[in-house]
Design a protein around this ligand. Structure first.
Ligand code: NAD
Length: 361
């Protein structure tokens, strides 16, 4: 398993260090894991004057999976757009053709009180949003400003999806559903949009190859409502770039803290970039306060999707749950009187739980 490690900026190096300890633990158990470190974002700009330098491009191309911390920080905010840290992320997504963004929203029983929704609505929540990441109205041409027929200025964008783009993201959705609860809900706006009507036709056609998965369709406005009314009705949601952007942020709030949310961005061969959903948190960087669990859980996604190692993924997720059940809390997930621990201590707790799970095997 050849993994590129890109710590990035802010809390990135701190949280990635804890995830690397998990990888080193598995390596000590005999797993063949090769790690190579590189720069991305502000760290890459500092080292090589480019947020996505050639050295990192080579590293990313050569790896089978990439673990990223986060990029960005106030000291880069005044740089010209072309060398800002975010260009590093956009660049790596584009260079690797990462068209499928997977965001699970899992509410661990120990954190039910952290959600803004009532426990009876969210407890046991385990849903996955599969968002198309490289198409749709975000990239459609033409776009811009013009004068309309009445001579009034207007802004405009173009929504479109090619058949191949819909088929490949639908397949990611079906494959994910096949491995989970075997229910896939495709979200669109087919009552209004031609693009959505076409999307629905193609997703329905792809369903023929997955008879074991039950496909349903839902309009995006209803999906937004259902996510807060009864989120547990969903297993896997597949949707386009625009709708997925909004719904995945909505779903992330269901589980409490952003410090718990992992993500994966995959190409056609399940090569992936794995990263926490949060940013570089400059306000707490360097203070041993960041929650490393979203990054550690991103590793679980890596083992599941890029390496098909469900066993290692399950062990990581189990270890995180054990740490939480033992009352280990970083500040972002601590409630009231709970004792707060730091980034490294949370890493220690996960490693201790992993060791126990290995002993049990
Ligand atoms: P942020 O996610 O970094 O922080 C938002 C809030 O959440 C902050 O109060 C922060 O302390 C807290 N937080 C975030 N992660 C946490 C963790 N693991 N543990 C505990 N608390 C955590 O968002 P922001 O403040 O809007 O952005 C800061 C920088 O990150 C900006 O430069 C932004 O561009 C960048 N950013 C990067 C990515 C990425 O690398 N994919 C994503 C979003 C934002």
């Amino acid at each position: 398993m050849k993994i590129a490690i890109l710590p990035g900026d802010g809390i990135g190096p701190e949280i990635v260090t804890q995830a690397v300890r998990v990888l080193e633990f598995f390596r000590a158990e005999g797993e063949k894991i090769e790690l190579d470190c590189g720069h991305l974002g502000g760290a890459a700009y500092d080292a090589e004057g480019d947020p996505f330098p050639e050295s990192t491009q080579r590293l990313a191309q050569a790896a089978e999976a990439i673990l990223l911390g986060a990029v960005g920080g106030p000291r880069y905010d005044t740089l010209p757009r072309a060398v800002r840290p975010e260009q590093g992320i956009l660049g790596i997504r584009k260079a690797l053709g990462l068209f499928a963004n997977l965001r699970p929203a899992i509410l661990y029983p120990e954190l039910v009180a952290s959600s803004t929704l009532k426990p009876e609505v969210v407890s046991g929540l385990d849903l996955l949003i599969v968002r198309e990441l490289t198409g749709d109205i975000y990239f459609g041409q033409p776009r811009g400003r013009r004068d309309n027929a009445a001579g009034e200025a207007e802004g405009f964008d173009t929504m479109h999806y090619a058949e191949s783009e819909i088929r490949r993201i639908a397949r990611v959705g079906f494959e994910a559903a096949r491995r989970r609860g075997r229910r896939l809900c495709s979200v669109d706006k087919a009552n209004v949009l031609e693009t959505s009507l076409f999307w629905r036709e193609i997703v329905s056609d792809e369903a023929k190859a997955y008879p074991e998965v039950t496909l349903s369709h839902m309009y995006v406005d209803n999906a937004a409502m259902q996510l807060v009314r009864n989120p547990r009705q969903f297993d896997v949601i597949v949707t386009g770039n625009l709708f997925g952007d909004i719904l995945s942020d909505e779903a992330s709030m269901l589980v409490g803290s952003i410090g718990m949310l992992p993500s994966a961005s995959l190409d056609a061969n399940n090569k992936g970039l794995y990263e926490p959903c949060h940013g570089s948190a400059p306000d707490i960087a360097g203070r041993d306060q960041a929650n490393p669990l979203a990054t550690i859980l991103s590793l679980a996604m890596m083992f599941r999707f890029s390496f098909d190692r469900q066993d290692l993924a399950a062990r990581i997720e189990g270890a995180v749950r054990t740490a939480l059940a033992a009352g280990r809390r970083t500040a972002d997930i601590a409630l009231g009187a709970e004792q707060v621990i730091g980034t490294r201590a949370m890493g220690d707790a996960v490693l201790a739980a992993l060791k126990t799970s290995g002993d049990a095997d």
